[in-house]
Ligand binder design. Sequence first.
Ligand SMILES: Cc1cc2nc3c(=O)[nH]c(=O)nc-3n(C[C@H](O)[C@H](O)[C@H](O)COP(=O)(O)OP(=O)(O)OC[C@H]3O[C@@H](n4cnc5c(N)ncnc54)[C@H](O)[C@@H]3O)c2cc1C
Ligand SMILES: C[S@@+](CC[C@H](N)C(=O)[O-])C[C@H]1O[C@@H](n2cnc3c(N)ncnc32)[C@H](O)[C@@H]1O
Length: 668
Amino acid sequence: MISPANIQEDEHGIPYSTDYNDCYYSRNNGLAESRYVFQEGNQLIERWQARETPYHTFVIAETGFGTGLNFLATWKTWHHTEKKNRPKILHFISIEKHPIPKSQLVRILSYWDELSPFSNKLLESYPPLITGLHRLAFDNHQVILTLCFMPAKQALASLHYTIDAWYLDGFAPAKNPDLWDQETLSAIAKLSHKNTTLATFTAASLVRKQLINVGFKVSKRKGFAKKREMLVAQFTNNEDFEKSKKYPTIKAWFNYSALKRHPSKHVVIIGGGIAACQAAWHLAQRGWQVTLLERHADLAQEASGNLAGVISPKMTAKPSIGEDFYLASFLYVLQQLQQFAHTVDWDNCGLLQLVHNKREKARWEALKTREIPESFLKLLDKKQASELANIDLDYSANYFPKSAWVNPKSFCKRLTQHSNITIQYYHEALHLEKNNNAWHITGRNKALSTPLIIKSAYVIIANGKEAQQFSQNRHLPFMPVAGQSSLAKSNTYSKNLSCILGHEGYFIPDYKGLHCFGATFNRNSIDSSLNSEKTDENFLQAQKYLPNIGITRTDCENGHAAVRMATPDRFPYVGALPNIDYYQKHYSDLHQGKYWKDYPPANYLNGLFIFAGFGSRGLTTTALCAEMLAALLNNEPLPFENKLLNQLHPARFLIRQLKKQSNKTDRS
Ligand SMILES: Cc1cc2nc3c(=O)[nH]c(=O)nc-3n(C[C@H](O)[C@H](O)[C@H](O)COP(=O)(O)OP(=O)(O)OC[C@H]3O[C@@H](n4cnc5c(N)ncnc54)[C@H](O)[C@@H]3O)c2cc1C
Ligand SMILES: C[S@@+](CC[C@H](N)C(=O)[O-])C[C@H]1O[C@@H](n2cnc3c(N)ncnc32)[C@H](O)[C@@H]1O
């Protein structure tokens, strides 16, 4: 659980931590200090300029995000540097154990007029104070901020990418030794490469000695204003650290360090649902040329074809990896929708999850004890819930003020309105084969009844319910779940409904004179035919939990039916497809308990990626997963902690199977 910063501001708005008895930055001029200590200390501009071709991605990591002043100052410097002299993507990772509440941050940052174009954008996307990684993207994904709201030790152990420059800014070592001890600095070294630099305002001798111990070459430099000295350092090449390069903290079989990247920036995506469109947009934003192959005449015709769907987190009684995944995904997609504003049909009207059975009641009781910020989740009694919904309700509720509904088709259209994206309708891919460096996609053009042959170094399989169509990924386990939503004409009373209602299913406020509600859930069924019995089922469910809403069966009609493709552990597959022969050859003895470093890094079907298995929540989860996929193709830091990367990895079931098989062999 997060404990927010306790801050006093002086008459000039300069923040002072009452927990650590220290200032956030110099009283002399925090902005000048930030530029001097961290930007000049890491020689950012000189390093950027020294390159013949600009850095593709330059990664800065900071211990202590605080007010975000260092991030904003660096963003401004990047912004004002000529394109040819700056990295294409500035990626800033910042770790913060005690984030500052937004209302206070608004006040503190208002002091820095010259940063306002940047701080306004930061404040618009600033996440609620919830533990985890929060990915924020600015300036068309050219400036990316990964905010890690957690203690530094935990964050450093769960990051996987090497850093180009470190800003160590976590209060004076004497007042906050935990942030400067050997364990923290070793983790920093582990994430460094031979050109990594580091700068810090402190010149404490213990810090200097420990930095040397972990492999940095350290020098002293004149400190800012009245400070006598500060430290700068460069990581010295160390074979152990060099060996593990890009993803040093991830197990060999889930490691992407051996993923080969082709110079081409063209990708073919198979599919035209929300998954494919999200992947297309995230890659197009990064300058990739995208060809989308969709077998129908339009986007969003299958699982993404409902009139409206819900975007919401999924809270569990106790913190869990699932909750982390949905939460981070939820906050990210909202940020994206806010950016798209009125060009997508959506409404973040909030959601009341009704406490309608014992399981929900137990969750409600557990959530009450978890100090979750009210801006994110409020627990309401029946009267409060009814007032909020503008409709009489029979239950207390968990209220998610930021939850939204969206019309998926308008979302898909908006995502693909990008000059780098070409959509080929009526194009059905049937077969994939690798020849030389290119994947050959063959199939048919259904409009012209002609064969289809397309070549590309990169292919993403995002084909929803056909996820097992290609031999390269047929080994991945999936579970189809058929479902149908229904529509009800809104009436004078139901039109009052001001937020989404969740029970076993959901009921969405009036959109174009209709409420979209349901949906049925038939495991292991691939029946996507529309039928009125399923609408009966949806109607009876709505009537049971929302008896006062005044909808009759005759108001209802069939909505949309489709198959949601889920996976056995309910997490999608996001990433490169494993080379099964290689896995079987190199990881078959995992049961012997060798330390993972002994294993060679994973090997993939280079250029071929899977993006499927989004089950019942693809509208919420595809955006952040697409950000991950695009970052992976583009060789950038990924937006998930290691444990989640492992959980989304396409080889996870293969590895489980290899471990099991080995155990069986052992016993026999
Ligand atoms: C009734 C129902 C209600 C739902 N409600 C919600 C909700 O409220 N909130 C939520 O978050 N999620 C909801 N979902 C789930 C969500 O809609 C899915 O997770 C999401 O749509 C999956 O997107 P997708 O792109 O993977 O699949 P799809 O939308 O099915 O897209 C796959 C596309 O690939 C195309 N394709 C397949 N094979 C080929 C090929 N070989 N060549 C070319 N094209 C091909 C298909 O034509 C299709 O357009 C619901 C789903 C259903 C069915
Ligand atoms: C000097 S302030 C940082 C100022 C900040 N860089 C800025 O631009 O405003 C130090 C920050 O480190 C954070 N911090 C302290 N101990 C930490 C820890 N163990 N892990 C992560 N953050 C920590 C504090 O909460 C505080 O925000």
